[in-house]
Design a protein around this ligand. Structure first.
Ligand SMILES: Cc1ncc(COP(=O)(O)O)c(C=O)c1O
Length: 408
């Protein structure tokens, strides 16, 4: 554990820890908005300076030419999600990308038009799905199938998933699941799910908002069809920063529906301004507009840090931290709190979720003690010790405060 502490501390120093008054807060919200890395200011400033000094010329003449700026983020993003470089692009925001991917991958027919998703999926995903279903002329109320747990808990077992997929395969054309569920923190077996989907003729897509930079992913090896994730949670790219997209390379050889724009057309002829779209032979073909440089800059600097640390190492520390938190919570598991995240550390990422009593009081008391966690109405507390910057000491302090509040 000593090693874990010192290693974490190494990276913690690269982040700005928020303060209340003069004291650092204990921050357990990296699953919501990751902390600012100190480097991100200079990275943004460099681009502001390029704008100041070069204006339009910065597209081609600055140190990091804007015309290809997004390319700097591809290979590091690809290694975080276990993809080939040509399968990844960084653009737009997450729900926008989900819509663009659904344009390509939701191909309903009269017989096969339903979409399968886990219960308690993030509402924005449901809104996107429902609007796409309506757009295709189907009824959302009978076209979305939720995978539920058979004991009414937050835990969805492999049997629950298999039985839902098998019994609905005849009518379903698409699965969209969180790689890690945003509410319970449960990490799903994406390899097995994708394989089963493939056997059943169902396209498999994942929302990796809570998985990218949190757990190890091997999207290419698992043969996932498509995925998207945001850059502002575990990836620490800053609020609203662009989202990552994965498209399995097999789709570059097929004719696919796609909404298109000039940033997806062949780079050599793009500025010839010709009317025919010639898709780049990679996920970049899905790009529509030129990249938002100022919000890509901090993500780039964060991805560099991920590259240095490596997902294997990060996950190893993450597992130790979350296991330590889980064990400490288990010791005080009482009538006031109930852990709803899976017990096996391999079935969760950093986050551990609790159902709590006296929700409002707990929220206030934790904040009074300078602890920032995340609360979801009506009674869920989500705590994410993030290996990039959280420490065992953070967890110990949190547990001691929680014990005191519960005793009161
Ligand atoms: C699982 C999940 N999906 C989708 C979203 C929506 O993200 P965005 O606002 O970037 O579209 C979020 C946001 O927190 C999320 O947690």
């Amino acid at each position: 554990m000593k090693d874990l502490y010192s290693q974490n501390h190494l990276y913690r120093n690269n982040f700005n820890i928020p303060k209340i008054g003069n004291s650092d807060v204990i921050y357990f919200c990296g699953h919501s908005l990751g902390l600012k890395q100190k480097n991100s200011s200079s990275q943004i400033n460099a681009e502001l300076e390029a704008w100041e000094k070069l204006a339009v010329e910065a597209h081609h003449r600055s140190e990091n030419p804007w015309v290809s700026f997004h390319e700097n983020l591809i290979s590091q993003s690809a290694s975080i999600v276990g993809a080939k470089d040509n399968e990844v692009v960084v653009m737009n925001s997450l729900t926008v990308n989900l819509h663009l991917l659904l344009v390509s991958f939701y191909k309903p027919s009269k017989e096969k038009y339903k979409i399968i998703i886990e219960k308690n999926a993030f509402p924005s995903d449901i809104y996107a799905l429902k609007s796409q279903i309506r757009f295709h002329g189907f009824d959302p109320d009978e076209s979305i199938i939720e995978i539920e747990s058979n004991d009414n808990s937050y835990y969805i077992s492999e049997e629950d998933i298999i039985s839902c997929l098998q019994s609905n395969a005849d009518q379903s054309c698409l699965l969209l699941m969180g790689g890690v569920n945003y509410l319970s923190g449960q990490a799903f077996n994406m390899r097995k799910i994708t394989k089963l989907c493939s056997n059943l003729g169902i396209i498999a897509g994942f929302d990796l908002a809570h998985a990218a930079g949190n757990i190890e992913l091997k999207l290419n090896e698992w043969k996932v069809d498509f995925a998207c994730w945001c850059g502002y949670k575990y990836l620490n790219g800053g609020p609203g920063c662009p989202s990552g997209v994965f498209i399995n390379e097999k789709y570059f050889k097929q004719k696919v529906n796609r909404f298109e724009g000039w940033w997806g057309t062949d780079k050599l002829s793009r500025f010839k301004m010709e009317p025919d779209f010639m898709p780049i032979k990679s996920a970049e073909a899905w790009q529509i507009s030129n990249p938002p440089i100022f919000s890509m800059a901090p993500l780039w600097s964060s991805l560099n840090m991920f590259h240095q640390v490596g997902m294997k190492r990060l996950r190893r520390y993450g597992l130790e931290l979350s296991d330590y938190l889980y064990g400490s919570l288990k010791d005080i598991d009482s009538k006031s709190i109930k852990i709803i995240s899976p017990e096996s550390k391999y079935e969760r990422g950093c986050q551990i979720s609790l159902v709590v009593k006296n929700y409002n009081n707990l929220r206030e008391e934790l904040l009074n003690n300078h602890i920032i966690c995340d609360f979801r109405e009506p009674n869920i507390l989500r705590i994410a010790p993030v290996p990039m910057y959280n420490t065992i000491e953070d967890i110990n302090f949190f547990i001691s405060v929680l014990k005191k509040i519960i005793k009161k």
